[in-house]
Design a protein. Structure first.
Length: 168
C-alpha cells in the first residue's frame, strides 16, 4: 500500500484510495494524525518513509524553504512524487495572508533540481475568466514573458508543481 504524507493538512486531510495517508499539522484541532510544527526539523518520520508528499497551501507558511525541501527529500523514497500547490506571487492570496513567509514564481522550484529533485510538471492556475477566454493555456505556454510583462495585469491564483525525488 502506498504511503502518503499530507503536510499542513488542516481540517481537510486528503483521502486517497488504496493509500495510507498521514496528515501532519501544528493545530491540535486539525484532522492531523501527527501534531508537529513543520518549522521544527527534523520531522518525526523515518528516512525514505513516504511514496508521495502533498504540500497544498503550506510551503508559503514555512520559514526555511531549502531546509524544508531537504527534509521532504529525506523522508521520501527515491522516485517519490511531491505535489505542491502554492499561491503565485501575482495572486491576491499571496499578499492577503500575513502568515505567508514566501512568494513563489514559476521558476522558484527550478532551484531544487540541483538539490535532489526533478520537475515533472509545472502549471500556472488562473481564475475561471482567464480559463474561459483561453488565456490560461497561452500564458502557461509562455510563462517567462508573462511573469516579465503581464503578471500584475492578468494575475494567476496558484501554481501547481510536481517534483520527483531523484537519486541522492
Amino acid at each position: 500500500m502506498k504511503k502518503v504524507l499530507d503536510l499542513g493538512c488542516g481540517g481537510n486531510k486528503h483521502q486517497i484510495e488504496k493509500a495510507e495517508v498521514v496528515g501532519v499539522d501544528i493545530d491540535p484541532e486539525s484532522d492531523a494524525d501527527v501534531i508537529h510544527d513543520l518549522n521544527e526539523l527534523p520531522w518525526p518520520f523515518n528516512d525514505s518513509e513516504f511514496d508521495e508528499v502533498i504540500c497544498q497551501d503550506i510551503l508559503e507558511h514555512l520559514k526555511d524553504l531549502p531546509s524544508i525541501m531537504s527534509e521532504i527529500s529525506r523522508i521520501s523514497k527515491e522516485g517519490s512524487i511531491v505535489k505542491i500547490r502554492t499561491p503565485h506571487y501575482s495572486s491576491y492570496y499571496a499578499y492577503s495572508n500575513p502568515t505567508h513567509e514566501h512568494f513563489f514564481g514559476y521558476y522558484t522550484f527550478d532551484y531544487f533540481c540541483r538539490k535532489g529533485f526533478k520537475i515533472i510538471k509545472k502549471e500556472l492556475l488562473f481564475p475561471r475568466i482567464w480559463r474561459i477566454l483561453g488565456l490560461s493555456a497561452i500564458l502557461n505556454r509562455y510563462p517567462r514573458r508573462w511573469e516579465q510583462l503581464f503578471a500584475f495585469v492578468v494575475r494567476a491564483e496558484n501554481m501547481y508543481i510536481e517534483l520527483e525525488v531523484a537519486l541522492r
